[in-house]
Design a protein around this ligand. Sequence first.
Ligand SMILES: Nc1ncnc2c1ncn2[C@@H]1O[C@H](COP(=O)(O)OP(=O)(O)O)[C@@H](O)[C@H]1O
Ligand SMILES: CC(=O)N[C@@H](CCC(=O)OP(=O)(O)O)C(=O)O
Length: 295
Amino acid sequence: MTTQDIHSHAHIIAQALPYMQRYDKRRVVVKYGGHAMGDPELGKAFARDITLLRQSGVHPVVVHGGGPQIGSMLKRLGIVSEFRGGLRVTDKATVEIVEMVLAGSINKEIVQSINAEGGRAVGLCGKDGNLVTATKLQRTMIDPDSNIEKLIDLGFVGEPAEVNPTMLELVLKEDLIPVLAPVAPGADGETYNINADTFAGAIAGALNAKRLLFLTDVPGVLDKDGTLIKQLTVAKARALIADGTISGGMIPKVETCIEALDRGVEGVVILDGKVPHAVLLELYTDHGVGTLIRP
Ligand SMILES: Nc1ncnc2c1ncn2[C@@H]1O[C@H](COP(=O)(O)OP(=O)(O)O)[C@@H](O)[C@H]1O
Ligand SMILES: CC(=O)N[C@@H](CCC(=O)OP(=O)(O)O)C(=O)O
């Protein structure tokens, strides 16, 4: 660095310092969605943000999805895939591919890109150290023919039963960055596919995280006119679900946010993962860039 570099960087560091202190030694769980992953430059910016967080004293934990990537692999293999209520119907052949893509290629790609930026990342899934165990998800839906609520069988789709953070605590103590794939073992010996938002919510709750960030493909929660809502209380978020402003994939996401807040997470943010350096912009600016949901 030159003297001139030091002069310009000193100014930036002075500005960032109060924010860094706010999150110092605190856990921040970042859910990195499959839609936010496509572009290599964005992936690099994400890896750099996560590395910088660790270097500035924060303990980031990455939970990733990979829905679109699982979809392309299933297509290549000629396996038909369908979603019900936002969840992938997962038969035996599908869960093998889900594990291969999530705990295999995507997980290792993220680990490698964080390490390439100078971070020290370790990839795990629910199976490692029994981090998260799963039970088969029991989901009911209204049957359109009979209009009666019926139990639907989504196959090997699970929900977190127990989070056992011992392994994560060890990883965090060693100053490593955990990168987690939402695949978990059941007590029945089967492998379960868990929605990545749900998995991230359970991890953030178990770690008592200061923040849980959901990187998605919209700027945050939008109102009826499509304008970003910067802050939401739980009561207001529930009202927006009830009046239909929040719909589709945003419903389970916001519900996961509410559950995470109930489990003691201080604040949850939904933000656009397609904005370069979204994570740093959210944490290290006054008003953030997404929707902050608080109790
Ligand atoms: N009020 C709302 N504000 C923002 N997005 C909404 C809203 N209601 C529904 N959505 C939809 O929710 C989607 C995000 O959910 P989802 O596709 O499941 O995200 P991801 O794949 O990142 O987990 C948005 O792309 C948008 O189409
Ligand atoms: C049960 C279920 O639907 N699991 C998801 C897991 C991946 C995921 O959630 O990825 P995104 O965050 O990119 O959507 C799936 O199979 O697509």
